[in-house]
Design a protein around this ligand. Structure first.
Ligand code: ADP
Ligand code: MG
Length: 355
């Protein structure tokens, strides 16, 4: 058989490349929201409001009272790799803020209608800008793409509409808005527990009351009580641990041996970023296994601060997976602390039943 003629190789158009890259970072509305929450927290906000329509596919809006964005920066805000958080590659090892690659807003602008209203302390008014494909865009045909002055309070409001409007395959993948809203509530709930000093609210468009609402001055146990339930909040133990050799500190609020649920609630923060770790989850579940009835699972909120030089945050743009040095040693220390905390509660209980 004659060999087929080779097909010529061509470069993909830039907007196609950007759309593909965006779709890899943002797979569901909750991923866009995570970036927006982290940006709001990075901006020093103490109040954060989230509004959601159709599981975030129709509308995701987040309003903060942080430092705002300088008007002069609006033209490049949504370009790829524009950031106020990282200047040199070496900074990656000491970065304290959530974002650092300047990819989130750019990605969102490629797969949704994005608008930003922002005001700094110094500015006498707010500015509103619309974006498409990484650039300033006009809100309606025939109108200018220049940011427009409007009235507004200091802080930033980001509005994301019609997510995946130009990625039909992705849009079709969503089964139900309520499933996406549940993921959004889980995420907002995690940050609302973790970010003390910040008020949070999350509301579904059209609902009269918020699904999540915590005031800025609520303590961690108040936050857990409001977002989860009082059953778990009244069975919490807390501990702190640190170790210089492995360069880490941790603070935990975990359920004691009186509490047992059908599945584990795990809220893990590494350097103030919500992350998943199957390894940590499994180890903690094993630690609990000797304290809980068969099939029982714990509630765990664990915040780890690891020396940034030991954390490899640059694994993937999503930053969902984080790796750090001496993972095993650090997990062992945390699990030892959990065991100690759980046995303390156990002894005090048997003490009481004896007396
Ligand atoms: P990164 O967070 O990695 O820098 P983003 O695309 O998420 O990249 O944001 C780009 C830049 O826009 C940030 O560096 C920040 O300067 C600015 N920014 C984004 N959201 C906000 C916000 N809510 N308040 C103030 N500045 C913001
Ligand atoms: Mg960011």
């Amino acid at each position: 058989l004659p060999l087929p003629a080779p097909r010529r190789i061509k470069a993909l158009a830039e907007d196609v490349v950007n759309k593909i890259a965006a779709g890899e970072i943002i797979v569901a509305p909750v991923h866009a929201l995570k970036e927006l929450i982290e940006n709001a927290v990075d901006a020093g906000s103490t109040a954060l409001e989230v509004l959601v329509k159709d599981g975030g596919l129709k509308l995701l809006q987040i309003t903060d009272n942080g430092h705002g964005i300088d008007k002069e920066d609006l033209p490049i805000l949504c370009e790829r790799f524009t950031t106020s958080k990282l200047k040199a590659f070496e900074d990656l090892s000491s970065i304290g803020t959530y974002g650092f690659r300047g990819e989130a807003l750019a990605s969102i602008s490629h797969i949704a209608h994005l608008s930003v209203t922002t005001r700094t302390k110094e500015s006498s008014c707010a500015w509103r800008a619309y974006y498409s494909g990484g650039k300033l865009a006009s809100p309606k045909p025939g109108q200018s793409a220049e940011p427009k002055p409007i009235a507004g309070r200091p802080g930033t409001q980001i509005t994301v509409e019609d997510l995946f409007y130009n990625v039909p395959s992705r849009r079709r993948a969503f089964r139900s808005a309520s499933e996406e809203y549940a993921k959004i509530l889980e995420l907002v709930g995690k940050y609302a527990v973790h970010c003390t000093g910040v008020s949070f609210s999350c509301k579904k468009h059209g609902d009269s009351s918020a699904s999540i609402s915590v005031p800025a001055n609520a303590s961690i146990s108040d936050r857990i009580r409001q977002i989860h339930n009082s059953a778990v909040a009244s069975e919490l133990v807390t501990f702190k641990a640190e170790n210089d050799r492995w360069g880490f500190k941790c603070e935990a609020w975990i359920s004691n041996a009186n509490y047992s649920a059908k599945r584990t609630t795990m809220m893990l923060f590494i350097n103030h970023r919500s992350v998943e770790s199957q390894v940590i989850k499994k180890s903690i579940e094993q630690t609990y296994a000797t304290f809980l009835p068969k099939g029982g699972h714990p509630f765990v909120y664990l915040s780890l601060d690891i020396d940034p030089q030991r954390v490899d945050v640059n694994v993937h743009p999503t930053k969902r997976e984080v790796h750090f040095l001496n993972e095993d040693e650090i997990i062992d220390i945390v699990c030892d602390e959990i065991r100690t905390s759980l046995s303390k509660v156990d002894t005090s209980r048997s003490f009481m039943t004896q007396s």
